[in-house]
Design a protein. Structure first.
Length: 633
């Protein structure tokens, strides 16, 4: 009987293991479920094994979000397993690296040790294809069915500043983070994390923290917070902390370096949670990484060329990036390439999907372009001042786009910058609202100021302006003359005229005599002085090099008034790489020469609204308000 008993026990134990691996899988509609064990991901399909041993395949996109996240995470774990792993790792292998990390820990005031990150198991993804076949993006209604209320937080000191604010998706709470950096303070930087109830306008809890932390993202349920440490040094903002958040406790779970390599452009500039179990980070050198939040293990990675911040669609299914000059749409969970629009024109900084899923906004340094997703054709281009990599870009409705710092209401329908909201240290989207954080030095408070965007006054102003038949000074079909008398060099002048002619025609304008003139100028400016620290070659350190300065300008003039203006200057780079036997003087000569490049590549607007005052030109708005602790005035 003993052999029989042994066999029966073994069989029961085996069956228990299989049962433990079984889980319930649900399709994206929620109508169908199945009990099965995860085996692997093959291409875009998930392989599952049922309790009877039979196997089935289902497309990853047809599973609900939580199950897609689970499958990708489990697949990443399987890829990480090393069958040739040694039984014991060398205790000396990472000693020097860990020592450097610990020194950085002490310097930042954060004593929590860094979690070791192993990138070897992360799946390598690539962008492929050149066809534009955009996926369907679901429409999301951003209108809030509740009213966020303002709330006030005490400011501890003059040097106490807000580093950022994040809001969980579809939640009525926000997390605001502050840091106090007193010059010469021996205790180091300290700060607080505030858990705020936006519906009641109250602070639920304050949690003190060490160091300067910038909030990057928060999980949809609000229980996980991802922050970035700000430390002294260029391109070193890559240490992240994943926190567990509750009404009673803020607990650090993992502290880790999210940058893959040592060296230049290591800053983590953007992050988002897809689900509670999965988040994405973007490194300044163009590296996207998908992470398992349970153990901060990188699951997959995608490297692309460019410095444009990615964007996630409102339904959480599609990720947009700009690689070189190509607009690329990716499956947010798998990273698979869905569609590629080649040869965009511009230097881009930010992206944002419209809530109806039909448009995408693409920001450059002086314009926001709007593309219709079905055909990838540009439908609007709006001039705006104050755009940079830390500016905001978000939609509050399919017809209302918010951008810049100060925040401006842009109308993609009217192609105009309507209203600017000056003031506010920080700003973030909340459905069809914007939340401003205002620091009041006199009262020593931070105030979160909510406001529906755009306000009714802005909509009324736009409607009134559009009733004026002379509202647009420039629109497609307008005859424009070119005045390049401000350029003295004959060759540069002709190249500039040729370049502007091409740009005007591309924007739909006619080049010839008319009431509208585009005026081009090139003047010498203050000489640039720059010094370099050299590596690998015996140059004198601390030597100053001089580079001639040039200023390029463009303005659109009608009826004796300037209605649009832009410009640029030449700037020698902060870092250079020399060729064999090349001197620094020889290398810098190229940056001191005037050229027609600015006029050949500048992006000209299709529409320019008539300036309402002598001060309103270029990307300035028709009207403006001031954001204060008491509200918007």
């Amino acid at each position: 009987m003993k052999p029989l008993i042994t066999l029966l026990l073994a069989f029961c134990f085996s069956a228990t293991l299989v049962a433990d691996d079984l889980r319930t899988w649900t399709d994206s509609t929620g109508a169908f479920t199945i009990e099965a064990k995860f085996i692997s991901i093959e291409g875009n399909k998930v392989l599952l094994e049922k309790a009877d041993g039979s196997r089935i395949q289902i497309e990853l996109s047809k599973l609900k979000a939580e199950d897609r996240s689970f499958a990708i995470r489990e697949n990443g774990k399987k890829m990480t397993d090393n069958p040739f792993k040694k039984s014991e790792e060398s205790p000396f292998k990472s000693a020097s690296k860990n020592r450097r990390r610990n020194e950085k820990n002490e310097a930042s005031g954060n004593a929590m040790p860094l979690t070791d990150i192993n990138w070897s198991g992360a799946k390598q993804l690539t962008i492929f294809g050149s066809d534009w076949k955009p996926p369907a993006v679901s429409s999301v209604d951003l209108k809030l069915n509740w009213n966020p209320r303002p709330l006030t937080i005490p400011c501890k000191d003059f040097f106490d500043n807000c580093t950022g604010i994040v809001i969980p998706k579809n939640q009525k709470q926000a997390v605001l983070v502050t840091a106090m950096e007193k010059p010469g303070d021996k205790d180091g930087t300290r700060g607080s994390v505030y858990l705020c109830n936006l519906e009641t306008g109250t602070v639920k809890k304050e949690f003190p923290v060490e160091g300067k932390n910038v909030p990057l993202a928060i999980s949809p349920d609000g229980t996980l917070l991802l922050t970035r440490e700000e430390v002294w040094g260029v391109h070193q903002h890559c240490t992240l902390t994943l926190w567990s958040v509750s009404d009673t406790e803020l607990k650090p779970l993992h502290r880790f370096e999210a940058a893959q390599k040592e060296g230049h452009r290591r800053d983590i500039k953007w992050a988002t949670f897809l689900t509670k179990d999965l988040f994405i980070t973007w490194q300044a050198d163009g590296l996207l990484a998908w992470w398992d939040s349970s153990d901060v293990k990188p699951i997959q990675q995608l490297k692309f060329t460019g410095n444009c911040k990615p964007a996630l669609s409102h339904d959480g299914k599609v990720l947009a990036v700009v690689s070189a000059r190509d607009l690329v749409l990716l499956d947010a969970l798998t990273g698979d390439t869905l569609s590629v629009k080649t040869a965009l024109d511009g230097m881009f900084t930010d992206l944002a999907f419209s809530p109806d899923g039909k448009k995408i906004a693409v920001a450059s340094h002086s314009n926001v372009d709007v593309y219709q997703l079905d055909e990838a054709n540009q439908t609007s281009s709006i001039g705006i001042s104050g755009l940079h990599h830390d500016s905001q870009l978000f939609w509050t409705s399919p017809e209302a786009l918010m951008a810049g710092h100060p925040l401006c209401f842009l109308s993609p329908v009217a192609h105009v910058n309507v209203w600017s909201y000056n003031g506010g240290d920080k700003c973030i989207a909340l459905g069809d609202h914007a939340l401003f954080v205002v620091k009041n030095h006199q009262n020593k408070t931070f105030t979160i100021v909510p406001s529906r965007m755009p306000a009714q006054a802005a909509l009324d102003t736009l409607a009134q302006a559009q009733r004026d038949p002379r509202f647009y000074v420039l629109k497609p079909g307008t005859a424009v003359s070119i005045d390049a008398s401000g350029i003295s060099d004959p060759q540069i002048k002709q190249d500039a005229i040729d370049g502007l002619t091409r740009q005007l025609e591309a924007a739909g304008h006619k080049v010839g005599s008319g009431g509208v003139t585009i005026v081009a100028g090139l003047t010498s400016s203050k000489e640039h002085e720059i010094s370099y620290n050299t590596f690998g070659r015996p140059f004198d350190r601390g030597r100053t090099y001089k580079v001639p300065g040039w200023t390029y300008s463009l303005k659109i003039v009608a009826d004796g008034k300037t209605h649009w203006a832009t410009g640029a200057g030449n700037h020698p780079p902060m870092m250079i790489s020399l060729k064999q036997d090349e001197t620094i003087e020889e290398h810098l000569k190229q940056y001191g020469k005037a050229s027609a490049g600015f006029f050949q590549h500048v992006q000209l607007p299709k529409y320019v609204a008539r300036a309402q005052s002598d001060q309103q030109t270029g990307g300035h708005s028709l009207r403006q308000s001031q954001v204060t602790a008491q509200g918007i005035r």
